[in-house]
Design a protein around this ligand. Structure first.
Ligand SMILES: [Zn+2]
Length: 166
């Protein structure tokens, strides 16, 4: 969405509330498609004396992708602090900066950049899903906590000893 900053431009140095919702397109990240629910931006913005617009807010969003292990649908809550400056009339082709013309700033690229920045390293469908299915039953890759080697269960041996003493 475009944010009308005309009031702020008339009163540089004064902060105005920002409460915006921005839809962003699915992103291809590492060969995976990540979809987002509409991103929320809440905070403030302010015009500086030199015409730049400072945005200071928190981005929250829910991102959807496939679980990195079992490929089931998974989601992650994204929460990312945003501190950004929009330059008046800068080169809009420069991906390193945010620019604006006229009296509105476009929040779409800002929302997209920060939403991607806040993504987890990998999506998991649940806290316990940390084994790929093809490895789950393979003897070579069973999690140590699942292994029941007799020598590693001293209390079981003790229990047996106590029971046989009865
Ligand atoms: Zn999973």
């Amino acid at each position: 969405m475009k944010l009308d900053v005309s009031r702020a431009l008339k009163q540089p140095g004064e902060s105005f509330p920002l409460d915006a919702e921005q839809a962003i397109a699915p992103q291809e990240i590492g060969g995976e498609t990540v979809r987002f629910d509409p991103v929320k931006l809440r905070g403030t913005y302010m015009a500086l004396e030199d015409g730049r617009i400072a945005v200071h807010c928190t981005l929250t969003a829910t991102a959807h992708a496939r679980c990195a292990n079992c490929l089931a649908p998974a989601h992650a809550d994204v929460r990312e602090p945003v501190e950004e400056l929009f330059l008046l009339g800068g080169d809009p082709g420069d991906s390193e900066i945010f620019t604006y013309t006229g009296q509105e700033i476009d929040l779409e690229r800002l929302a997209m950049s920060y939403a991607v920045l806040g993504l987890p390293m990998r999506f998991l469908c649940g806290p316990d899903c940390d084994r790929a299915p093809e490895f789950r039953d393979a003897d070579v890759d069973v999690c140590l906590c699942q292994k029941e080697l007799p020598g590693q269960r001293p209390f079981a041996a003790l229990k047996q000893l106590l029971e046989s003493a009865d």
